[in-house]
Design a protein around this ligand. Structure first.
Ligand code: NAP
Length: 265
């Protein structure tokens, strides 16, 4: 296993983070800024993104920002190529994502929500990871981080779009990791459980083993330093993932169908 320690060489190398205006992405921005890394931060809400960027600039690093809705995958690919052309990207962290689940009396999730989650959580981050790889391969170095979810491990009847989109991202990341490893490009899939951010605060009910966002950011950065292909946290969810593969489908169906979940907003 390669361990990339934060070195002086890394200091001038740019880190691009999507979803940097909030939660895990914002914490990663501050963490890498504290390591002396210049940043390219993407978000949708310009005010929140600027607040995150201002705090990162306090560490004395160059910070560029880009306001873009990643539901437009074609625009996101073009923007990533443009950013890499002006500031070659050493690490690309694809954290932008949306959580959603069936609400109230809805029988299934709304078609428009299913489409949006497919674009934001799966199609665009996968396409951006491919665009990042195109840029990194000729340089023979770089690292791509895709933020998935433990929801990818289970078929969640109340969140088919979320669990389905994250399952697609997981499969893409695993395949990309194998394809790029011989070319010197690292790929890390991150599968978090509950992390205390605006996204998880909308979920009503128990959030077992809730992690703080700074803790999540530290774990993710450490996994990148160690070139880990897959980070799952907290550990309990690795166990549940294993259980999911062992339990026969009729029993699994009964358990998953019995889970009650809802969200506000
Ligand atoms: N929190 C958890 O419990 C948890 C658990 C498992 C996985 N995750 C994953 O972790 C990642 C980060 O989530 P978080 O918890 O940090 O949530 P968050 O605080 O709600 O942040 C989500 C980020 O994604 C951005 N984003 C959402 N939709 C976007 C769009 N269409 N275009 C551009 N940017 C968009 C948001 O931008 P604006 O704020 O500017 O709109 C924000 O910066 C997500 O991929 C999420 O699925 C989170």
């Amino acid at each position: 296993m390669t361990v990339r320690t934060a070195s002086r060489m890394d200091e001038g190398r740019y880190v691009l983070i999507t979803g940097a205006s909030s939660g895990i992405g914002a914490e990663l921005a501050w963490l890498y800024a504290a390591r002396g890394r210049p940043l390219v931060l993407w978000g949708r809400n310009a005010g929140r993104l600027e607040n995150v960027a201002a705090r990162a600039r306090g560490c004395g690093v160059d910070v560029r920002t880009r306001v873009l809705d990643v539901a437009d995958g074609t625009a996101a690919i073009a923007a990533l190529r443009e950013d890499d052309a002006s500031h070659p990207l050493d690490i690309v962290i694809l954290a932008a994502g949306q959580g959603d689940m069936r609400r109230g009396d809805d029988v299934v999730e709304r078609a428009e929500d299913v489409l949006r989650l497919g674009l934001v959580n799966y199609a665009t981050p996968s396409a951006m990871a491919a665009a990042a790889a195109e840029c990194m391969v000729p340089r023979g170095q770089g690292h791509i981080v895709l933020i998935g979810s433990v929801a990818a491990f289970h078929a969640l009847p109340f969140a088919a779009a979320y669990s389905g989109s994250k399952a697609g991202l997981k499969r893409f990341a695993e395949a990309q990791q194998m394809a790029l490893a011989p070319l010197g490009i690292g790929v890390t899939l991150v599968s978090p459980g509950f992390v205390d951010t605006p996204m998880s605060r909308r979920v009503v009910g128990a959030k077992p083993f809730l992690q703080t966002a700074p803790m999540a950011a530290r774990r993710i950065a450490r996994a990148v330093d160690r070139d880990r292909p897959h980070l799952i946290f907290p550990f309990l969810f690795s166990v549940l993932r294993l259980v999911d593969t062992l339990v026969p489908w009729p029993l699994k169906r009964r358990i998953l169908s019995a889970i009650k979940a809802d969200q506000t907003g």
